[in-house]
Design a protein around this ligand. Structure first.
Ligand code: NAD
Length: 470
């Protein structure tokens, strides 16, 4: 596996200040495949200084030139898509087909969309006797998780570059090799030194130093709500901008009259995707009492078709979860579900394979809204099926968690689904199996976060306004 034992700072790969390292583990084989430097507060400081120095020049670069560099970056990501897919499969464990199509494929499109937006966005507008300038926020501290390692980076770096911001990235400790490959692509695309900087390291050391650094103007974080809350507090104390993309416990509401078999099959596929490690996963299926038993039987049979296996083997649809800690966490939730009285109808807490951090594809029936598995984000291949008596109860259950990131509604009539979706407290709703749209704003209501990513709404996060009066 290709790796650097250095940080990418100010346009060059340079040694870390300290000697600490982080081991990268292949979750399917449980083997160490690489080590990367564990950055210190000094490394973060060097990276932030480089980003600050580069900021005036980059902010003053005409948007058309920034767009051209984003196009070059998109081409780099596309040219190296196979390498990205193999790297992501090696360090995350997602099946190679999924890594190719989604993990490596979608970021190419996201960066392409920001190349177009940079070229076309109205960075100046007239409001009465004012000209409003949309200027870059400044230096961005980006802290990303491991579940979609490249996508999470491009969701922040691409709009930041388009806006004229410079970036210091602290990627997740489980998936730093993807971040190193991304840094190589930025360099090859010809971005000026200091516009993008990479510091690998522990969240509690390098991540925290980045969030606290006074040279950072905006902290953009994706990850757990627990860490997000800390970062929000740090940013609040320093009166600096913050964007938080946190967890979810999204509901898939199947109304009577929907195509039940299709709705259930789509829901199971959604939860098994990436071994359930998606913040927008539809982990709660809500079914009317009259159709409940049928839905449970369909979901259990569908889940059983997901055989855990080697993520590099052709045809594998369910790989391991990212780490031993994550596997233990997910299995702990399955055990808790059983202890609280839910009924396992597929899967269970036992290890499906001897080697690798695998979890059985698991479906719970007889789940009630107050159970832990109906409230907390599990981040594994685990689906909870809840029963409702009427639409008002379905709505209460769907809205009855601290989260509000995504959701789905299925109905026989699209207008009926839309009417229900309007009442959901959540940032996204898929209607009758609606597909992911990388130009639509993505982000949470309630404790799922603050701010939006993707498309023009994602670009606006990296801009601040200045009004000139005439
Ligand atoms: P995490 O929140 O601990 O880590 C996310 C990022 O934050 C990583 O880069 C990490 O190094 C960094 N970090 C950790 N502590 C920090 C601190 N004190 N200051 C600054 N940065 C810090 O998430 P995790 O441990 O990788 O996963 C735990 C749970 O989080 C998962 O089980 C899941 O529920 C949730 N999660 C959500 C998402 C999402 O997309 N919303 C992604 C990954 C994980």
């Amino acid at each position: 596996m290709r790796q650097h034992d250095a940080m990418y700072i100010d346009g060059t790969w340079r040694s870390a200040e300290g000697s600490g390292t982080i081991e990268v583990v292949d979750p399917a084989g449980e083997r160490v495949i690489a080590t990367v430097p564990a950055g210190s507060a000094q490394d973060v400081d060097a990276a932030v200084r480089a980003a600050r120095t580069a900021l005036p020049g980059w902010a003053a670069t005409p948007p058309g030139e920034r767009a051209a560099l984003l196009t070059a970056l998109r081409d780099q990501l596309a040219a190296r898509a196979e390498e990205f897919a193999a790297t992501i499969t090696a360090e995350l464990g997602s099946p190679l087909g999924f890594s190719t199509r989604v993990q490596a494929g979608v970021p190419v499109k996201v960066v392409g969309s920001y190349a177009e937006l940079a070229a076309s966005y109205a960075f100046e507008e007239k409001v009465g006797n004012s000209t409003v300038l949309h200027e870059p926020v400044g230096v961005v501290g980006a802290i990303t998780p491991w579940n979609y390692p490249l996508h999470q980076i491009t969701n922040k770096a691409a709009p930041a570059f388009a806006a004229g911001c410079t970036v210091v990235l602290k990627p997740a400790e489980d998936t730093p090799l993807t971040a190193q490959l991304f840094a190589e692509c930025v360099a090859a695309a010809g971005f000026p030194a200091g516009v993008f900087n990479l510091v690998t390291g522990l969240g509690t050391v390098a991540g925290q130093a980045l969030a606290e650094h006074e040279g950072v103007d905006l902290v953009s974080f994706t990850g757990s709500t627990a860490v997000g809350r800390k970062i929000g507090a740090i940013a609040g104390g320093a009166v600096k901008r913050v964007a938080l993309e946190l967890g979810g416990k999204s509901a898939n509401v199947i109304l009577p009259g929907a195509d039940l078999a299709k709705a259930v099959r789509t829901n199971v596929a959604d939860v098994m995707r990436n071994s359930g490690q998606s913040c927008n996963a539809l982990t709660r299926m809500l079914v009317h009492a009259d159709q409940y038993e049928e839905a449970v039987a369909l979901a259990a049979a569908e889940a059983d078709t997901y055989t855990p296996g080697d993520p590099t083997a052709e045809g594998t649809r369910l790989g391991p979860v990212v780490s031993a800690a994550q596997r233990d966490r997910v299995r702990g939730y399955i055990e808790q579900g059983i202890a609280e009285g839910a009924k396992v109808v597929a899967g269970g807490p036992e290890a499906p394979l001897e080697t690798g951090y695998y979890v059985k594809p698991t479906v719970f029936a007889e789940v009630t809204p107050d159970m832990t598995i109906a409230q907390e984000e599990i981040f594994g291949p685990v689906l909870s099926i809840l029963r409702y008596a009427d639409e008002d109860e379905a709505l209460r259950i769907a809205n009855g968690t601290v989260y509000g990131l995504a959701g789905a509604v299925w109905a026989g009539d699209e207008a009926e689904a839309v009417a229900f979706a309007r009442r959901l407290d959540t940032g996204q709703v898929d209607i009758n199996g609606g597909r992911f749209n990388l130009l639509a704003p993505f982000g949470g209501y309630k404790q799922s976060g603050i701010g939006r990513e993707l498309g023009r709404h994602g670009l606006a996060e990296y801009l601040q306004t200045k009004s000139l009066q005439f």
